[in-house]
Design a protein around this ligand. Structure first.
Ligand code: FAD
Length: 543
């Protein structure tokens, strides 16, 4: 064990490991990159995180760099949860749910609790947090906040940012900051503090004042863009009140380490009425989807028929096949209203619309049948653990925002991209939140396919941004996508984001390399030569 690891091990109540096997286990997340850390720290209490941060800060003051990467479930798709220095793993000890105020629908917990476990606990009180990602079974609340994750219900219920009440964050120097919405008067008091917290409030407020017009013109708060620190636009309110929460949510561990949170919850409906509709062409599916969206379903998913064709090749069939349809573009929709009448009414109206359009429809309000139908959505997860040993479906092109009005142009351009690179590029996503994923089916063992990875990402980014979308609609840009996403951000905004980072992390000790452009040669050297998500295969992909 190195001297540093030994020192930390002696000074924290958690543990530190430099064992090669342990470091190897933390050298990958769910992205296509790999970096082996120097050590893995398992903090037991907030004070451990503070000590590690303070130590790293003091080293940096002396000119040595030891970056800290906070990590939850490690399911990040962008290399955000891997790093060279310390991996700070929250899933061993920081897993307590402290209190639930069911009346106020608030829950206080530690960051290493998985989103799935939290929702299980909340369901006992008839509650849930609806922004859970599809990875909820193994991803944490800390990770969801740091990535501003969203999921099936986000089209109606928003992303994790909408469900965060308050954060406790360990700053780069080991101090602790509590975020909350504060009045103008309280802001002035905090700006007067002669501490690192005071310095952060002074700097961020100064940036907001100096760049008001720029932020107004170039960071649209209503558009989904997770690249950089777009949350800056939501920090200051018209009445002068101020809240750093939106800046920290989505910051991928680069501005502070979340050590405790208070989340908001909402009533959860236990019953879903579900429908599956199949179309010969995707244009027909899109047109029908636009009409269905007016019925205000709880979710409405678009799934490219190629995914079902691939599933069928593997012998996987779905309950709606029995009614006679197995390929073509699929829409899966659900109504989760509390009233049974409303659910049934929604489904009936949807059927009418779909039948008039000549679609194949099967639907049910019965709980078990509906659940069986909803499984069709999981075809999208089937491909991340391919059956053929040499095949992989790396998450290169996940979570882009594509505006509804440009969807057809976008799909046509993706077809061209697929032809150009001889790669299958099936698309799926949410019609309600306009977040789409393209899942390339590749053989990363082949040099030729590995060479395509960054080209695909670059050209796909240009397509998405060219049609008024954002490459980073869900999750962050991490390491893998920063160079490609930042290309489409104006220099003055990037300079502002640099200032934000500098204010929170002057020595660059927090997740260095994440949310920062990287030389492409460096990225190439970090590429994994095999990729599949077998590491997560023990879990159900959907919560
Ligand atoms: C099969 C699959 C499906 C997925 N589906 C979705 C989806 O539907 N929607 C979606 O948004 N994402 C999805 N993801 C991506 C990912 O699972 C989510 O972003 C998830 O919320 C990350 O949580 P985690 O605990 O795994 O975080 P990690 O991967 O451990 O970390 C994610 C980021 O958060 C930072 N971080 C973690 N903990 C802290 C902390 N305590 N303080 C500060 N920073 C921290 C890390 O440094 C890293 O940058 C999916 C991934 C997979 C593999």
């Amino acid at each position: 064990m190195s001297k540093i690891a030994q020192y930390l091990n002696e000074h924290i109540s958690g543990e530190v490991s430099t064992k090669p096997d342990v470091r190897a286990a933390f050298s990958t997340d769910a992205s296509f990159l790999t970096i082996t850390p120097e050590m893995v720290v398992y903090p037991r209490v907030t004070n451990d995180i503070r000590k590690v941060a303070r130590f790293s800060w003091q080293l940096a003051e002396k000119g040595h760099s030891l970056s800290i990467t906070a990590r939850g479930g490690g399911s990040d798709l962008t290399g955000g949860a891997i790093g060279k220095g310390i991996i700070l793993n929250t899933t061993a000890h920081l897993t307590n749910i402290f209190e639930l105020d069911a009346k106020q629908k608030l829950v206080r917990l530690q960051p290493g609790v998985t989103f799935g476990t939290l929702n299980e606990a909340l369901r006992l009180q008839g509650l849930h947090i609806p922004s859970f990602p599809a990875s909820a079974a193994y991803s944490t609340v800390g990770g969801a906040i740091a990535n501003n994750s969203g999921g099936l219900l986000s089209g109606v219920s928003g992303t994790t940012l909408d469900w965060v009440h308050q954060l406790e964050v360990v700053l780069a120097n080991g101090d602790v900051l509590q975020t909350e919405r504060i009045s103008k008067r309280e802001l002035n008091r905090r700006k007067g503090l002669q501490t690192f917290e005071g310095e952060i409030y002074r700097q961020i407020d100064g940036m907001l004042t100096d760049n008001e017009q720029l932020i107004h013109d170039k960071i649209a708060i209503d558009i989904i863009d997770g690249a950089g620190y777009a949350g800056l636009a939501k920090v200051k309110h018209k009445d002068g009140s101020f809240d750093l929460t939106p800046l920290l949510v989505g910051s991928q561990g680069t501005l502070g380490i979340i050590s405790e949170v208070i989340m908001k919850a909402d009533f959860a409906s236990r019953h879903h009425a579900v429908g599956v509709a199949g179309f010969e062409s995707r244009e027909a599916a899109r047109d029908a989807a636009d009409e269905l969206a007016h019925l205000q379903p709880t979710y409405l998913e678009y799934i490219d028929g190629q995914l079902f064709a691939e599933a069928l090749k593997r012998g996987k069939t779905y309950s709606f096949y029995r009614d006679g349809f197995s390929e073509g573009t699929i829409l899966v929709f659900g109504f989760a209203d509390f009233s049974e009448r409303a659910r049934t009414r929604g489904l009936k109206k949807a059927e009418k619309i779909l039948q008039a359009r000549g679609a194949f429809v099967t639907s049910s309000s019965d709980r078990y049948e509906a659940e069986a139908l909803a499984v069709a959505r999981e075809v999208t997860a089937l491909h991340i653990v391919p059956e053929a040993a040499d095949e992989s479906a790396p998450p290169l092109l996940d979570g882009a925002y594509v505006p509804l009005s440009r969807f057809e142009d976008f799909t046509a351009a993706v077809d061209e991209l697929a032809k150009k690179h001889h790669v299958k590029l099936p698309i799926y996503g949410s019609v309600l939140s306009n977040i789409y994923t393209v899942r390339p089916i590749m053989q990363l063992k082949k040099v030729g396919d590995r060479q395509k990875v960054l080209k695909l990402l670059d050209e796909y980014g240009a397509i998405v941004e060219g049609y008024g979308g954002h490459l980073i609609g869900q999750g962050g840009e991490g390491r893998a996508k920063a160079s490609f996403a930042h290309k489409h951000i104006d220099d003055d905004i990037l300079a502002l984001y640099d200032q934000v980072r500098q204010a929170f992390d002057p020595f660059g000790t927090l997740n260095a390399g994440v949310k920062q452009r990287t030389d492409l040669k460096v990225l190439v050297s970090q590429l994994r030569d095999t990729y599949d998500m077998s590491a997560f295969a023990q879990y159900s992909p959907h919560n």
